[in-house]
Design a protein around this ligand. Structure first.
Ligand SMILES: [Zn+2]
Length: 230
């Protein structure tokens, strides 16, 4: 931090996006305590992890990664809430850099060609102002030095609420909601699809089926956080 930044911060202090403590010099987005408390998964080195096992019965995927565990009332929940509802897309980018560095460390850099966030319906995107998974894709792409975009695939319709539907209706509800606009970085490519949080996985599965039909080679999945039942 230079003198000007120090001066600026003394007038406009920044706060930790998880616990709201005043950030110290050199701290960014999170205070050191919260940073150390982040519940990182070991999914990068554990192929048969719960996220992989959730998708592998339904679609052939190469690997699945989650950066953090999602624990209710914990700091990850606060971060994701700030990302989605309080105009903090930088949290998504921070998570992307963190996972990207992890993927690079374990040699996934050469296995992945492009990254695509699950597209938001345009009305939803206008409402929020950004796709909450886009920064995550961008951060990963920066570290792995590969292409990313949320313009290659669009979402035709907003998915209705899933809760009151049976399994067959749910499947119908997510079928045919995505449309590929640009095949360049999808056809014959190894594609990493990313989302913020994975709950049922139905939307993501539909998205991956669309990419596979568009000629994607190997599919990888990553999310910022995943809830694991104890
Ligand atoms: Zn904090």
């Amino acid at each position: 931090m230079n003198l000007f930044e120090a001066f600026w911060r003394s007038i406009f202090p920044e706060f930790c996006l998880a616990c709201h403590a005043t950030l110290l010099r050199g701290e960014e987005l999170l205070c050191l305590d919260c940073k150390l408390e982040l519940p990182h998964t070991d999914y990068t080195t554990d192929k048969e992890n719960p996220l992989y096992l959730r998708f592998s019965p339904h679609i052939d995927i190469k690997n699945a990664f989650a950066l953090w565990y999602f624990n209710k009332e914990g700091i990850v929940q606060t971060l994701l809430h700030n990302l989605k509802y309080h105009n903090h897309p930088e949290i998504s980018h921070y998570a992307g850099i963190s996972l990207g560095e992890n993927l690079k460390k374990y040699d996934f850099k050469t296995q992945i060609d492009s990254v695509i966030p699950v597209p938001l319906h345009s009305a939803r995107k206008r409402q929020r102002g950004y796709n909450q998974s886009a920064g995550f894709a961008q951060g990963i792409a920066e570290i792995l030095e590969i292409q990313w975009s949320d313009d290659w695939v669009i979402r035709n319709k907003a998915t209705q609420t899933q809760t009151k539907k049976n399994q067959e209706e749910r499947k119908k509800n997510v079928d045919g909601i995505f449309l590929v606009k640009d095949f360049t970085h999808i056809k014959d490519k190894n594609v990493l699809v990313v989302d913020d949080v994975i709950t049922t996985g139905a939307t993501l599965l539909s998205f991956m089926n669309t990419l596979r039909e568009a000629g994607a080679k190997n599919l990888f999945v990553a999310c910022i956080a995943m809830a694991v039942q104890n």
